[in-house]
Design a protein around this ligand. Sequence first.
Ligand code: ZN
Length: 511
Amino acid sequence: MPLSLYNTLSRKKQEFQPLHAPQVGVYLCGPTVYSEAHLGNARGPVVFDVLTRYLRHLGYQVRYVRNITDVGHLESDADTGEDKMEKAARAARIEPMQVAQHFTNRYRQHMLALGCLPPDIEPQASGHIIEQIQVIEEIIKNGLAYEVNGSVYFDVPKYNEEGKRYGKLSNRSIEDQLAGTRANLEGQSEKRSPLDFALWKKAAPEHIMRWPSPWGDGFPGWHLECSAMSRKYLGDLSDIHGGGLDLMFPHHECEIAQSQGSHSHTDEARFWVHNNMITVNGTKMSKSLGNFVLLGDMFKGPTGPLAFGYSPMVVRFFLLQAHYRSPVDVSDDALQAARKGYRKLMNGLRLLDKLVVSDSLSVASNKEAQALTTDSQQLTTEATQLLQLAAKPAEFLNDDLNTPRAVAALFDLLKRFNTLAANPAALAEVGPAALAQAAGTYRTFVQDVLGLGDEPRANVEDLLTLTLGFYSEAKADKAYDKVDQIRATLKSQGIVIKDTKAGVEWAYSEE
Ligand SMILES: [Zn+2]
């Protein structure tokens, strides 16, 4: 079964085939870098990291773009309120770009800790003003945008008159959209229709982040950057555009309208893929509700609803234990269960390092290795069963990236490895080739596809203190072989032991 993904645009699971195989273009809407990232901000990057890792595992050449929003994201979706960056900068009395740089650095650190590979391209909105102005000019030329007092708005009713449908992604009727915007009409007298959205906003005199444009000094509307940068780096029509469910409307809806209204005339992406939200006691985690858990605090703990800290790898595993389209409720119980599961998977890697078929017990291993590639009929029952278990994780990921079922399949496979470890006769019947293949699959899925690595290990300082204790004991016992061995081992790590009047100490080797 090939890979299928749920496409929000068609509202069904569709087989995924890239437009220009083997290349695949993936765009993920990145963070607005005006504050610390919380757990809700991590779900999309983790999900789309696994998707891009899996696409690469399938042999595709992926170009993964994850943007940084550093301008244009206003407090309200109705194009009103302050720019989030400027507001944070004013509060801290620093440059908006200083705010952006600081939180961009923090975001990257957190994403790396969570095992997310850096994107191939990480474009910033403020670095693509020219491209955004170009898209606006195209939309005006196509008669779908208008200028008022130095601001430019997208003309939604006109767009709909031309047979397009603003609302097709989120499946909202015009009536629903109007009902949603009525409460926000204040300060929008420039718009011909409350459905219209800003492509360019005139900058007030006190506004710091401003650029010259054909319509005067101003700044781009938030939705525009993704259309402009997706087109620049992935072409008029990319393969996959991702983001949280909360971005589907209005952000992604506007992106599609902008791309359709520009010279691209496309839906911008063929697959629109949305991850669900993180909840706390069933309520969506968000800055506006004040029930969020910051990633930095969560890694240390305790914080908010959590009584303990959890390592980034445990958090990653926790997120992957749910299907990306389901909500995930965060709690100590759920995270502790995740920690147990994560460590079990990691111990599986250690078991596999030790699991070998002894030569004396192995049944005609060469012949069997051939059978693996030629005729599965010749495999022993044990080998066949093991390989069937090993095929499951891929089957589940192919089914709309079902990570929880893929994880469960890896646990089933691990259970079989444990049984085989306790039963050398059965292991011999599996044979080295089938064992190597199944073990390779396990390692690949745990490490390369799910992206699970080691947690930071025990505190080095504690281990050194323990070792110095053993050293002192060995010395008191006059066990000089052991004394020399401890000295040599530490030396190889750049550490020397010093016997002082005050006792035993360690120092960095200066040799
Ligand atoms: Zn976006």
